[in-house]
Design a protein around this ligand. Structure first.
Ligand code: SAM
Length: 364
């Protein structure tokens, strides 16, 4: 029997109304049709392969005070750390020896010279030690043009900066009102990353209190109009030591937030086709199988956490962050087995760059 989802998905461009329909339809048949289509688009445009990024949480020191984030500046319950260079090099070389192909270095937002120069040197060292063969993605927040350029010139080539939401009204609710948290600055930073030549990725949190499905439809339309190369988005999860963790506003149930996140991934895949989409860690906090479900909804990047447990325990952005095993190789083996059952392989030794980036650069 023909269903409405099939009609919508046969269109070449999805409207805001279409997206709202696909984000909210309750019919199982319609949901399955959406996920089936997204997975088919992933296989057609990105292949039967999932790429790895060993995730290194470089520092939990942050100058920002985002109302949702566990490592916000004002949370004085957090024991602050910055990994030593030798720790980062050990982790990156572990990823390298195991053929992960790439790492992601993520950090609280720091713009101090020690941090900026330290990261520049680390990127150079890691590239030298791996004959320029290890891919490096950064996710270290808003920086000025000079800093982005310095990190790019040092050898990082992909950057993930979530805009968190494209609704200015919602953005203002979930951030303090000061010069460190300006809606327009976040978008300007994303533009700057693109100008410098980074493969630029963005994303949003899904299931924020006060967020509507229309907001989420607008987020997807923004990804399309900005022509992003990569997407990293996931469910919002409360942290009790944050202002939003104490809000009384109604929140979708965990299963609903998971479902909505998977639909967002599926729709992003259908609309943007050849971009990289990460299966984010927060999905696993809601469901032990959340990251595999994301691959079946169209994600093609998996990020095993490499940060040793003693540090990762202090990089708590939200509650229920998956326990980090010291042995990322074990997680990858497990993933490999699961993927095999789906007819997927792991892109060992590959950077797994965004195909969209190259298509975009050639087009322009
Ligand atoms: N400081 C960098 C930045 O601002 O892009 C990167 C680190 S920041 C902790 C990484 C991401 O964590 C944010 O972009 C946000 O989307 C996510 N995050 C923070 N708190 C969260 C929460 N409570 N639930 C889900 N995701 C959260």
């Amino acid at each position: 029997m023909k269903i409405m989802t099939d009609d919508i998905l046969s269109k070449s461009l999805l409207t805001r109304e279409d997206l709202v329909y696909l984000l909210t339809t309750k019919e199982d048949k319609e949901k399955h049709a959406l996920f089936r289509k997204a997975y088919q688009v992933k296989k057609q445009h990105c292949g039967n392969v999932v790429y790895l990024r060993g995730l290194i949480e470089l520092s939990n020191i942050c100058r920002k005070d985002c109302n949702y984030c566990g490592i916000r500046k004002s949370n004085d319950k957090v024991e602050r750390y910055t990994l030593k260079d030798e720790n980062v090099i050990d982790m990156a070389m572990y990823a390298w020896r195991r053929d992960f192909g790439s790492i992601v270095i993520q950090s609280g937002e720091r713009t101090d010279k020690v941090f900026v120069d330290g990261l520049t040197n680390l990127i150079k060292t890691l590239r030298e030690k791996t004959d320029n063969l290890l891919g490096i993605t950064l996710s270290c927040g808003e920086q000025d043009m000079e800093t982005y350029r310095e990190w790019f010139d040092a050898g990082a080539h992909r950057y993930l900066l979530r805009v968190e939401t494209t609704s200015e009204e919602l953005f203002r609710k979930i951030h303090p009102d000061n010069e460190f948290h300006r809606f327009e600055d976040r978008f300007r930073a994303l533009e700057n990353l693109r100008k410098i030549g980074f493969q630029a990725g963005t994303g949003v949190m899904i299931g924020l209190p006060g967020q509507t499905v229309e907001n989420l439809a607008d987020d997807l339309l923004f990804f399309k109009s900005f022509d992003v190369d990569m997407i990293g988005m996931g469910p919002y999860i409360q942290h009790s030591d944050t202002p939003m963790g104490k809000w009384k506003a109604p929140l979708l149930k965990p299963a609903e937030r998971l479902e909505l996140s998977l639909r967002m991934i599926a729709l992003a895949r259908i609309m943007l086709k050849d971009v990289n989409i990460a299966s984010s860690t927060a999905l696993q906090a809601l469901d032990p199988d959340g990251r595999i479900k994301a691959i079946l909804a169209g994600a093609n990047v998996f990020m095993p956490n490499m940060t040793p447990k003693i540090f990762a325990d202090n990089y708590h952005l939200y509650e229920g962050k998956p326990a980090v095993r010291d042995n990322a190789a074990e997680i990858v083996k497990e993933l490999e087995l699961r993927l095999k059952g789906l007819g997927e392989t792991i892109g060992y030794g590959k950077w797994g760059d965004s195909k969209h980036f190259f298509n975009r650069v050639i087009k322009n």
